[in-house]
Design a protein around this ligand. Sequence first.
Ligand SMILES: NC(=O)c1ccc[n+]([C@@H]2O[C@H](COP(=O)([O-])OP(=O)(O)OC[C@H]3O[C@@H](n4cnc5c(N)ncnc54)[C@H](OP(=O)(O)O)[C@@H]3O)[C@@H](O)[C@H]2O)c1
Length: 229
Amino acid sequence: MRIGVLGTGNMADALATHWVRAGHEVTIGGRDAHKAERLATRIGGSVKPASLCAAAESGQVVLAALPFGAGADVARDLHAALEGKVLLDCSNPVGPGFRLLTEGGLSAAIQLAAAAPGAHVVKAFNLCHEDVWRMRPPVFDGRALAVPICGDDETAVARVRELVQDVGCKPVAGGGLEQAGLLEATAALFIALWVGEGADAQAIAPPLAYAAGPSHQETDGGTSAFRLG
Ligand SMILES: NC(=O)c1ccc[n+]([C@@H]2O[C@H](COP(=O)([O-])OP(=O)(O)OC[C@H]3O[C@@H](n4cnc5c(N)ncnc54)[C@H](OP(=O)(O)O)[C@@H]3O)[C@@H](O)[C@H]2O)c1
């Protein structure tokens, strides 16, 4: 796959490193040519440094590894180059006090989609810290990390599923792009638990067999506890 990366920071580094090892053709695009050059050299292999625009043009999949505040502006500038591409959004619109900056409004992913209407935006990789994405592979207690993916275009989601597997993780269907805000809110909650409380976010969910209550599991497959309305 040809992958363009927008940004030369931590997420660009962590994810591009996996994808290069998996044999993809990666172009690192930065607003600062020296930083793009430096990251491309550090990752090595066939990685090429480029401008943001050239990276967007080069990729079948384009990772926006940019701060929430910059993502939509950059996507708007590059909308022509992003036409028909998969635009992968890993951003977390989380501000001081672990506040969700999009509260009451459009999710970061939907804002990105509005900025580049010809692109197929897919949300993934936002729930864990860069150090987790640098693991080879991210496996905990023998279980591969599960990565929820939200997107509307089936082919785009299939490509991102492949990229999740290339990181050594297990893709999980997270629903359409309208669900991406839930992933962003989940990140805000997790970050507050980890950083604010020093709490183990992994411990807040029960195993699947108990998720809807063991008695429901036996009688109706666990659906009754979550009936809406
Ligand atoms: N780091 C994590 O653990 C983590 C985990 C999950 C999700 N995320 C999300 O992933 C995204 C990237 O995070 P990161 O940690 O990789 O950030 P980072 O290390 O700060 O890198 C951000 C990159 O965006 C570039 N950038 C900033 N403003 C820009 C603009 N206006 N136009 C063009 N480029 C711009 C920066 O370029 P310069 O160097 O030239 O400023 C840099 O290359 C964020 O949305 C973050 O919420 C991060």
